[in-house]
Design a protein around this ligand. Structure first.
Ligand code: CTP
Length: 397
């Protein structure tokens, strides 16, 4: 998801650094905007380093004009945290004398504010009016905390903690759909098995199919952990947490942390079946003779998880076959304890690694199967998630 974080002048601005780090770790893109007074509390350098983007604090600077209209259209969500009493007053009244308030007026996405101020300012009728007005505009207020304030007073007005702000945003964008309240685990992408510090054994998977499944599950209301092998691609939905991994062993370890709590697990990764028995600590030098690699098996993640699968968990696998396709897929379905398996045909042009399209057959435990035509991976992901929904809510579709 693309998030604009607007930071205004409050001591709570230091917490914005944690918030940016949290969102970046979750795989989101974060564009930070700061008011002039926010810079007195936290350095733009800290925030640009954490967000990996320049921080904007002026509509017009010596070098450039920061297009607030484009920024307002770019974002999937705008969060103002901390929102000082002054900033709340400005945006409640349509003032636009800085980049933050100008982008607020241009934003078409949902806007969230996390107020931060002293107890008496928070209670003042002027602030109460501003909050009520913002709510009328559809702005969502992230509740303030109760506790000791920077002034030494104790009461309401403390900005919500970064974890609470991130959870509020994810939950608000996430409260509808057939899988609302469900937790899902998805594996995607290739794995890289190191030979030495510069070489690995890998495959051509880009992770597109698995990312599309994570997006489709999130669109149905599930909160998704995406364990993602090495790829440049990232999902955009806020309810998807990305856990980047490199090798099959890393992927297995990450899945073990999550599988037990998951209601749904989809194994879409192209996991290497073998890895070098020895990983050289230094770069392997060539010599005049041939080279033989000594390989050992990697862990079969799906088969291992399948052994501890609970009956109510929905467990989905993939099979990529070139011959005797259905028989091989059905053997994997039984061996790995999947509820259904998605057979990827390597025969149809436009299907498989790297393409934006795929052609699949869904094979179920009871032997029933459905063939689908060549479709976009997004549309294939929706078919797979539809199948998951029909198992999760047998009477609900
Ligand atoms: N899989 C896995 N861990 C592995 C290998 C595969 O989790 N080490 C999962 C894949 O994500 C997929 C399913 O198992 O959901 C089948 O993968 P596939 O590579 O088709 O099957 P393999 O069991 O590796 O069999 P083979 O390569 O011999 O066809």
């Amino acid at each position: 998801m693309k998030i604009i974080l607007g930071i205004s002048g409050s001591i709570a601005a230091y917490k914005a650094a944690y918030l940016v780090r949290l969102w970046i770790k979750q795989g989101h893109e974060v564009q930070v905007l700061m008011t002039e007074s926010a810079k007195a509390f936290i350095s733009p350098l800290t925030l640009s380093t954490l967000s990996k983007r320049p921080v904007f604090s002026e509509v017009v600077s010596e070098e450039s004009w920061n297009n607030h209209v484009e920024l307002g259209l770019w974002a999937d969500a705008m969060v103002i945290a901390p929102a000082s009493a002054n900033t709340l007053a400005k945006i409640a009244n349509g003032l636009c004398d800085n980049i933050l308030s100008a982008v607020f007026l241009s934003a078409r996405c949902p806007v969230f504010v996390a107020p931060a101020m002293d107890l008496d300012m928070w209670k003042h009728p002027a602030t109460r009016n501003n909050i009520a007005r913002l709510q009328e505009f559809g702005v969502q207020i992230i509740p303030v905390g109760h506790g000791e304030l920077a002034s030494g007073l104790v009461g309401d007005g403390r900005m919500a903690e970064p974890e609470e702000i991130a959870a509020f945003l994810a939950q608000k964008i996430q409260s509808k759909g057939a899988l609302s309240g469900k937790k899902a685990l998805v594996t995607a992408g290739p794995t890289y098995e190191a030979l030495d510090p510069v070489r690995f054994i890998g495959n051509h998977s880009t992770g597109k199919m698995g990312i599309a499944i994570a997006e489709a599950l999130a669109a149905q209301g599930a909160s998704v952990t995406l364990v993602l092998g090495p790829t440049e691609l990232r999902p955009s939905h806020p309810a998807i947490t990305v856990v980047p991994v490199v090798s099959a062993a890393d992927m297995h370890h990450a899945c073990e942390q999550v599988f037990h709590h998951a209601d749904i697990a989809v194994m879409a990764a192209a996991v290497a079946d073998y890895k070098p028995r020895q990983v050289s600590e230094t770069k392997i030098k060539k010599n005049n003779s041939e080279m033989t690699l000594d390989l050992e098996k990697t862990v079969d993640i799906a088969a291992t998880l399948g052994k501890s699968k609970r009956p109510e968990q929905i467990f989905v696998g993939f099979a990529l076959e070139t011959d005797n396709e259905e028989n091989h897929a059905l053997t994997k379905l039984a061996k790995k304890n999947f509820d259904f398996i998605v057979l990827n045909s390597m025969r149809s042009p436009g299907a498989g690694f790297g393409h934006d399209t795929n052609q699949v057959t869904i094979l179920r435990k009871n032997g029933a199967h459905t063939d689908y035509p060549l479709k976009s991976k997004t549309s294939v992901a929706e078919d797979i998630v539809h199948e998951i929904c029909s198992i999760a809510n047998p009477n609900g579709l």
